[in-house]
Design a binder for this molecule. Structure first.
Ligand SMILES: C[S@@+](CC[C@H](N)C(=O)[O-])C[C@H]1O[C@@H](n2cnc3c(N)ncnc32)[C@H](O)[C@@H]1O
Length: 240
């Protein structure tokens, strides 16, 4: 199915089911995991399922490709911003032989297998690393906070790989039809909310440009790719 047939499919599904897909504005609705504090077991299941989803959807491979291109190896240190319980960071460290440290508002769970620091990536000082990654975290921040987060990363890292969703009817329709039915209730609901809270390609690029304008170092390489079917967007920045 190509892009335009998917748009038609999305339109037909919307009319048939009475869905209202209003994506012109970012949704302000909070995700369930942001609003409530689930017990440890529920949280673990949600993050593990999210990690499997990253694998199926190719998000993990997309991050690995960019880390390899940036030369990450045995002597490197990777910082994962908004790392959850550190599942993707663990795989990155195993595969690339690098050291890893995660940062998350929630801090580490009892059996975390990577070092996780409890911190706000927007305002707290971050651990020093060669490369920072941030996976489906950017949409949790409003534009001003995201600008501050990128500038904060520049103060402690030489590169950033930021992967997030794209606010677009195609991924929202695909998620609701084919992915949500396979997920737990929290991830099914939060996944749809995340697409509705995500930035469009243009919005994210404007935010990144504004952030880079105020950084201490000059960005020597900036790339912004959007995957087929708007499944993800990835911004890669390298500072001098
Ligand atoms: C959707 S989860 C993604 C977790 C993980 N990156 C993954 O892909 O499985 C977003 C994570 O970002 C964290 N987060 C949100 N705002 C943050 C902030 N300002 N500083 C640090 N972490 C934050 C949340 O606690 C949550 O664990």
């Amino acid at each position: 199915m190509n892009g335009s047939s998917l748009l038609e499919f999305a339109g037909r599904a919307k009319r048939r089911r009475g869905w209202t897909i209003r994506l012109t504005e970012r949704a302000q609705t909070k995700e369930i995991l942001d609003e409530c504090e689930p017990d440890g077991e529920t949280l673990r299941c949600c993050y593990e399922e999210m990690d499997r989803l990253h694998q199926w959807l190719g998000n993990r491979a997309a991050v690995m490709r960019r880390l390899r291109a940036l030369g990450v190896g045995a002597r490197s240190r990777v910082l994962d911003i908004g790392c959850g319980q550190g599942a993707m960071l663990r795989v990155i460290c195993d595969r690339l032989g690098c050291e890893g440290v995660g940062v998350d508002l929630r801090g580490a769970c009892a059996d975390a297998r990577v070092r996780i620091v409890k911190a706000d990536a927007v305002s707290d000082s971050l651990p020093r690393a060669d490369v920072a990654i941030s996976v489906v975290m950017a949409h949790h921040l409003d534009p001003q906070a995201l600008v501050a987060m990128i500038r904060n990363v520049e103060r402690s890292c030489d590169a950033l790989v930021l992967l997030d969703l794209v606010r677009h009817p195609v991924p929202l329709t695909l998620f609701r039809a084919f992915v949500a039915p396979l997920l737990c209730r929290i991830n099914a609901s939060d996944g749809a909310t995340s697409v509705r809270r995500a930035y469009t390609r243009r919005e994210l690029r404007e935010i990144v440009d504004a952030a880079l304008d105020g950084c201490q170092r000059k960005a020597v390489d900036v790339r912004h790719d959007v995957a087929a079917l708007w499944l993800r967007q990835v911004v890669t920045v390298r500072w001098s």
